[in-house]
Design a protein around this ligand. Structure first.
Ligand code: 13P
Length: 247
């Protein structure tokens, strides 16, 4: 049985005051019988680390550089993330693929850089609405995951995968549990062909996960938790989702 993992992706939200309130609320609401983490804007990682000291809540970043170090203005290396205690780094979020032109190969290189420094990459894959309507969902997610598997090789089993259909992100439209499970089963089979650790790997669902739809989603055999956007910014909502993952 895989222990569920719930990750809050704060995206570009927050302030020192708001974060302190949110983290204090989560500390009070937990712990849960699930792994829980928050991926915060990079400038707030250090304060998040302090706020979460002594709790079971992990923290991470929303991106990392594919480079080791050097003249890459504005970039943050995975060695730096590890240095400040990050357990996770989201890579290949659809917002970065879309707004920062991140290719499948760049995402794979970022995942490799993260693993090289002891940071677990949460690799996001997902189709757009047009791709789903054209019947390309399976082909798209397999292509995105294949680039990562090819680049990581025998380390593939160390990552977390997140299926986030682009049409479900921030829209209030959620994939039905059956739609999500169907894609998760495809991803699991692809991982199984690549690593003998596939059965232990967590595949998260993301896209308008809320307290009321989380139990059904998390009840699917291949959905091992969630990557939560909007609902991770409110203590009660995020705590309820973590609770749903604990059953
Ligand atoms: P929402 O939960 O706001 O739809 O965002 C999902 C997401 O993109 C998490 O990475």
């Amino acid at each position: 049985m895989r222990k569920k993992l719930v990750v809050g992706n704060w995206k570009m939200h927050g302030s020192r005051a708001a974060n302190a309130q949110l983290l204090a609320g989560l500390k009070e609401a937990g712990p849960w019988n699930a792994d829980v983490a928050v991926c915060v804007p990079a400038v707030y990682i250090a304060e998040t680390a302090l706020a979460l000291t002594g709790t079971a809540i992990a923290y991470g970043a929303q991106d990392c550089s594919s480079h080791e170090q050097g003249a890459y203005t504005g970039e943050i290396s995975s060695a730096m993330l590890h240095d400040v205690g990050c357990r996770y780094a989201i890579v290949g979020h659809s917002e970065r693929r879309a707004y920062h032109a991140e290719s499948d190969q760049l995402v794979a290189d970022k995942a490799k850089a993260a693993l090289a420094h002891g940071v677990t990459p949460i690799v996001c894959v997902g189709e757009t609405r047009a791709e789903r309507e054209a019947g390309q969902t399976e082909a798209v997610v397999k292509r995105q995951l294949a680039a990562v598997i090819h680049t990581l090789g025998h380390c593939t089993g160390e990552m977390v995968v997140a299926y986030e259909p682009v049409w479900a992100i921030g829209t209030g439209l959620t994939a039905t549990p059956e739609q999500a499970q169907a894609v998760h089963a495809v991803l699991r089979a692809q991982l199984q062909a690549a690593t003998d650790r596939a059965a232990a790997m967590r595949i998260l669902y993301g896209g308008s996960v809320k307290a009321d739809n989380a139990p059904q989603l998390f009840g699917q055999p291949d959905i091992d938790g969630g990557l939560i956007g909007g609902a991770s910014l409110k203590v009660a909502d995020f705590a309820a989702i973590c609770l749903a993952a604990a059953h």
